[in-house]
Design a protein around this ligand. Sequence first.
Ligand code: 5GP
Ligand code: ZN
Length: 138
Amino acid sequence: MTDCIFCKIIAGNIPCAKIYEDDATLAFLDIGPCSDGHTLVIPKKHYETLDQCDPETMAAVGETLTNVALALVNALDIHGYNVVCNNGSQAGQEVPHLHFHIIPCKGNQKCVKLASQGQYAPGQMENIRKTIADALAR
Ligand code: 5GP
Ligand code: ZN
């Protein structure tokens, strides 16, 4: 994708603070860090969202995510980390190239929290479970 900022980083047309690279993935520091060491892990193939990504590529991304998370834990004095993947503008995705944030928590720094949680009405959970499970079985 010629007008994708992350594809330009992969191609080397825009510099990045690279942490790791292999044939399928790239990990680099986020330019606007939520905390020191905030890292982005991306597939080199351009996919907009997780649901579009092929399983083989996601397996490679998963391996890089795990290795980089371990490096962050070993290298920085952190107290946990969040892995965040925003999919679609409604979900807050600003760069439309699939990416996973690894956001270290340190000391009293605020960690990433999900929106406030509710509860299902009686029977609603089973209906939703069945709808999703049926879609998966197709
Ligand atoms: P999103 O909101 O799409 O989940 O996150 C996109 C992230 O990409 C943001 O945290 C933003 O700071 C980061 N970002 C955007 N442009 C660049 C860039 O050119 N270089 C780097 N390293 N990070 C970027
Ligand atoms: Zn791209």
